[in-house]
Design a protein around this ligand. Structure first.
Ligand code: HEM
Ligand code: 2DC
Length: 469
């Protein structure tokens, strides 16, 4: 028989006590490890309450399937209050990331066609390929200049630029110029603001921003400054395109970018377009760059795998005569490597939905309206889900039988990551160009772990050496 909701194991009786214990464990930075620990203690389902934030946590792919079947027509994630509070405070519209209900759906349907449909890939690929080529040219130049025939560095700043240049080229149909020698200080400021925005979000997840605002706390002020910087820079980019579009006469053949396409389509209000373009621009920086950094780190630790990938890329290049669209169809192991990186180093520690109907998971009844979280980080490292989870093995993704609700790095269903196609393509192209040009190595063995700053980040700098082939 099905057991009642109240019998789900876990600590959910006293939210404030739990918040205090969470804080003592430095939970703000360790959320992912605490979740692993909880699954070890309580089993594959546990209930939790931290502060005012209550959830049921699950880890099994079959249970994820049950969860997503109950997400309803307007799937709803945990509301990230610092983000909505900022917009309310500054009187700005929510974009697709923060909208809910019918407003979300109608915007998302239109954005899907312009951002995540497979049809758009042929427009995006040439733009992203240019950025990839410029990135390797930039690295070659750095290596020539330093005269050592190699470059040892923390690549994260370079990767932020690559990621912003990539998403910018797709959104605006033109280059921002971040891979040039002298970059616009405003663009650098934008990058710094995104990092600060994420960093200041996590401490506010458990304490209502309205309280922090009233007491004038520093974390809230920093958060507002960060979003102000993000919106100001996005507004400048959007204004540029808007102006250019009004001056333009006649129809040009060239793909004009996501923003111009949306403006010409004229199905969303300008304010809605601006809100979602800003979210896409901000969501497109730290996510892909950190995933690429983790991938390079894994390739440096696995030299023979790196060679295997290089051979795949060379064969794909030969077979497609350099046509990048064709090449992307011939690199399954590169795609497996990206999945494998997201398994061990997911950007999102969990996926969540407020379920819209009663469900039964692990023989417990869970009522409609409950926030159910899939522990994505914990699932990726669970030996009951993945054979030898500690091993980085891109080839495991070539066997189709391992896929069922296991590859969830971008979320699932109609509410999944809107930037997914851009992110995947941008990362595949990056790895192709890097493998064709450089060998990646690392010095001594330093174990790098994840730290939670809303997204999961490396807890220390990753220092890599790039050597021209
Ligand atoms: C949502 C992951 C890159 C924009 C999400 C979600 C995840 C995710 C897990 C929540 C999905 C769900 O609840 O089912 C990632 C990962 C990335 C990445 C792993 C790269 C490695 C990007 C990029 C952009 C972007 C490049 C922008 C171009 C968004 C937006 C949403 C979202 C706008 C909200 C969609 C909605 O609510 O309808 N992402 N993301 N992401 N992501 Fe990404
Ligand atoms: C963080 O407990 C942990 O893709 C919380 O590109 C639950 C939670 C809710 C929403 C998640 C968030 C976590 C991690 C970061 C995500 C976010 C939804 C979208 C966002 C996964 C798991 C992200 C990084 C977007 C951000 C776009 C934004 C900068 C405009």
């Amino acid at each position: 028989v099905v057991r009642p909701f109240n019998e789900i194991p876990g600590q959910w009786k006293n939210g404030l006590v739990n918040l205090y214990n969470f804080w003592k464990l430095d939970g703000f930075k360790n959320l992912h490890r605490i979740m692993v620990q909880n699954f070890n203690t309580f089993g594959p389902i546990y209930r939790e309450k931290i502060g005012y934030y209550e959830s049921v946590n699950i880890i099994k792919p079959e249970d994820a399937a049950t969860l997503f079947k109950a997400e309803g027509h307007y799937p709803k994630r945990l509301k990230v209050e610092p983000w909505t509070s900022y917009r309310d405070y500054r009187n700005r519209k929510y974009g697709v990331l923060l909208k809910d209900g019918e407003d979300w759906r109608s915007n998302r349907v239109i954005l899907n066609k312009e951002v995540i449909s497979l049809k758009m890939l042929e427009n995006f690929v040439p733009l992203l390929d240019d950025v990839g080529q410029d990135f390797v040219a930039r690295v070659h130049k750095k290596i020539k200049r330093n005269g050592q025939n190699k470059w040892t560095t923390d690549l994260s700043q370079e990767l932020f630029k690559y990621a912003l240049e990539s998403v910018g080229s797709v959104l605006y149909g033109e280059r921002l110029g971040l891979l040039l020698d002298y970059i616009d200080p405003e663009a650098q400021h934008f990058i710094d603001c995104i990092t600060l925005m994420f960093k200041t979000t996590s401490p506010m997840l458990y304490i209502p921003p309205s309280v922090l605002r009233r007491i004038g706390s520093k974390v809230w002020r920093d958060h507002v400054d960060a979003w102000d910087g993000i919106f100001n820079q996005a507004d400048r980019c959007i204004q540029n395109i808007y102006r250019e579009l009004r001056l333009e006469t006649g129809t040009s053949e060239k793909y004009p970018g996501v923003l111009a396409s949306l403006l010409m389509l004229d199905k969303l209000s300008i304010e809605d377009i601006k809100a979602s373009i800003t979210e896409l621009m901000a969501g497109g920086v730290d996510t892909t760059s950190i995933t690429l950094l983790w991938t390079l780190y894994e390739l440096a630790r696995h030299p023979s795998l790196q060679e295997e990938l290089r051979l795949e890329v060379a064969a794909a290049r030969a077979a497609s005569q350099g046509d990048m669209m064709e090449m992307l169809k011939r690199v399954p192991l590169i795609k497996g490597a990206i999945k494998e990186t997201l398994r061990l180093h997911p950007v999102a520690v969990s996926l969540q939905r407020y379920i819209t109907e009663d469900i039964v998971i692990q023989n417990y009844h869970i009522p409609a309206g409950t926030l159910v979280q899939l522990g994505l980080y914990a699932m990726g490292r669970d030996p009951k889900v993945f054979f030898r989870p500690e091993q980085y093995q891109p080839s495991r993704w070539l066997r189709t039988e391992t896929h069922y609700f296991r590859s969830l790095g971008f979320g699932f269903g109609p509410r999944q990551c809107l930037g997914r196609r851009i992110a995947e393509t941008e990362m595949q192209i990056f790895l192709i160009h890097m493998l064709e040009n450089f060998r990646v190595e690392k010095q001594r063995h330093i174990e790098v772990q994840s730290t939670f700053e809303l997204i999961l980040l490396p807890d220390k700098p990753i220092i890599l050496t790039l050597k021209p082939l």
